[in-house]
Write a protein that binds this ligand. Structure first.
Ligand SMILES: Cc1cc2nc3c(=O)[nH]c(=O)nc-3n(C[C@H](O)[C@H](O)[C@H](O)COP(=O)(O)OP(=O)(O)OC[C@H]3O[C@@H](n4cnc5c(N)ncnc54)[C@H](O)[C@@H]3O)c2cc1C
Length: 308
């Protein structure tokens, strides 16, 4: 056992939550990507800050993983420590219309659970297959709603292990982004103000959202949602489709026939295949329409194929 693993064992109560050399392909919805030196599930703030302080002292890069639904991990994987939020971070509490959720809690599960209790406002999230923490970080949204509309505050932990409560202004929400994205903040708690709503109306909204998803997205094949952000006033999917790129294939990766802004893993795609395909799509769209698409999917690890 390496000295680093020994130290990690003194911080993480259950060694079963420390996974050395862990392939991340099973932890991303693309179902691809190489290993992390360590994948560690932290259960509380003491463990989290302990690992962060150790990583800082040992100059180990730290990543945080949610459901891996907006993530492309390189074939070489990532060096350093990948954290996932379990235990106290995977829970929520309700006080009237105020919902306090851990950063590791499943966002669609939260939308469904609070919806059944008659709380509306996050129906839009019922089909966004990520965590609350990542949802805050990228201002996840759909069907005209997004996190910025409901969040009243959040708690983040910085790489030195310190904690800070942030207001919506400090979070700095933008379209599928927040100011936090350019920082190393880890989102451990999000407070949302919802409203009492009619149960049947909430259910009808969610049913509508889920049916639209099934009709328009390639949910039967591994993917990571929208690959590119929508450019101002337009849709990335429209531009890619109009450029005739549906079905374009590189190795095991393909521009979805069903939704042009999705790339699907046909079964044996490598991260390289996806990145090369993203580069070709961006180039061909730029040549045809003069619009440079920005990636929405986050890329981890070495990537000589696509300049983000
Ligand atoms: C079929 C499908 C449909 C989708 N539809 C939508 C949609 O309608 N709208 C939409 O916005 N997105 C959509 N997505 C993309 C994705 O679900 C969201 O971006 C989601 O918020 C990502 O959450 P995650 O937990 O999977 O994050 P990951 O993919 O695990 O991580 C994404 C990024 O967030 C960071 N991160 C994760 N957790 C934290 C944390 N606690 N604190 C700080 N940073 C963190 C990671 O380090 C990484 O950089 C879709 C994806 C799929 C596969």
């Amino acid at each position: 056992m390496s000295p680093l693993e020994q130290e990690l064992r003194s911080i993480i109560r259950d060694p079963g939550r420390i996974h050395p050399d862990k392939p991340l392909s099973r932890h991303t919805t693309f179902r691809l990507g190489g290993p992390a030196d360590f994948l560690i599930e932290v259960a509380d703030r003491r463990e989290l800050s302990g690992v962060l302080v150790l990583a800082q002292r040992e100059s180990q890069p730290v990543y945080i993983l949610g459901r891996g639904s907006n993530l492309l991990v390189s074939d070489e994987g990532v060096r350093g420590i990948v954290l996932s939020l379990g235990g106290e971070f995977d829970a929520f509490a309700i006080d009237d219309t105020r919902v306090r959720a851990g950063g590791g809690y499943d966002l669609p599960k939260l939308a469904t659970k609070v919806g059944k209790m008659g709380l509306g406002g996050i129906e839009f999230a019922c089909a966004i297959p990520g965590t609350v923490g990542a949802g805050l970080m990228i201002n996840a949204g759909a069907h005209g709603g997004d996190m910025s509309q409901v969040v009243s505050s959040a708690v983040v932990v910085w790489p030195d292990g310190s904690e800070q409560q942030l207001s919506p202004e400090e979070i700095g929400f933008g379209y599928r982004t927040s100011k936090l994205q350019s920082t190393s903040a880890l989102v451990v708690e999000v407070v949302m103000d919802l409203h009492h709503a009619d149960l049947a109306t909430i259910e009808a909204h969610m049913k509508h959202h889920l049916e639209r998803r099934r009709a328009t997205q390639p949910l039967n094949m591994p993917n990571a949602g929208s690959v590119f952000k929508n450019p101002p006033g337009d849709y990335a999917g429209r531009l890619i489709e109009q450029a005739g790129l549906k079905g374009l294939t590189e190795g095991g990766a393909q521009v979805s026939e069903k939704h042009a802004n999705f790339i699907v893993n046909l079964g044996d795609a490598s991260a390289r295949d996806v990145l090369v395909l993203m580069d070709r799509v961006r180039l061909l769209v730029q040549e045809r329409f003069g619009v440079r698409l920005e990636p929405e999917v986050r890329i981890w690890g070495p990537n000589p194929y696509f300049t983000a």
